[in-house]
Write a protein that binds this ligand. Sequence first.
Ligand SMILES: NC(=O)c1ccc[n+]([C@@H]2O[C@H](COP(=O)([O-])OP(=O)(O)OC[C@H]3O[C@@H](n4cnc5c(N)ncnc54)[C@H](OP(=O)(O)O)[C@@H]3O)[C@@H](O)[C@H]2O)c1
Length: 185
Amino acid sequence: MRHTRIVVTHYGGPDALQVVEEDCPEPKRGEVRVRMQAAGVSLPDIMAREGIHPETPRVPFTPGWDLVGMIDRLGDGASGIEPGQIVAAMPIHGPYAEFVCVPQRELVPMPPGLDSAEAVSLILNYITAYQMLHRSAKVRPGQRVLIHGASGGVGSALLQLGRLAGLEMYGTCSSRSVSAVSDLA
Ligand SMILES: NC(=O)c1ccc[n+]([C@@H]2O[C@H](COP(=O)([O-])OP(=O)(O)OC[C@H]3O[C@@H](n4cnc5c(N)ncnc54)[C@H](OP(=O)(O)O)[C@@H]3O)[C@@H](O)[C@H]2O)c1
């Protein structure tokens, strides 16, 4: 079976992205092959394409920090999950493809009834924001926080999670984004 994926051939602008057609990857031991439903598009994807993110893979690589997809095939040793199940994962690279193989231990089953494109937007940005608030800063209701880049992917996640945590929030952003940030703060 063939599939297509996007490959960053050299670090640079959008011209570094090429579509290639090739044989579908086969899952190795402990891996699961996932048929992509939605891949996240984030600033770190762009930074990796440009070669300036601290976790930039070596070229050539397939971008995509996070994914939601359907389990397609189990590798040897993978068990307790079934083809057809919807899962989420954050493999850091690989999801700009029709199929990707991911270690089973990195998969999280998705609750039924969610829109895949909406759900994938939660993975990188909201995990980052949640950890900043609750594992690093250990915020408490009523505390005041200042969020730089408040209109961005991580910033808007911080604003939404910060509201749930009962925080008093202040944010910085460009003038075009002030009303969106004010609505969330
Ligand atoms: N450690 C992690 O796990 C992790 C995960 C995700 C992201 N990150 C990092 O978090 C940062 C934000 O990522 P993101 O995905 O939220 O990016 P994003 O969606 O592109 O948002 C960028 C934000 O920065 C603001 N900004 C851009 N240029 C600016 C400037 N010159 N001065 C002041 N503000 C400026 C933008 O404001 P306007 O749009 O209003 O101009 C926007 O609010 C990046 O450095 C990214 O690498 C880290």
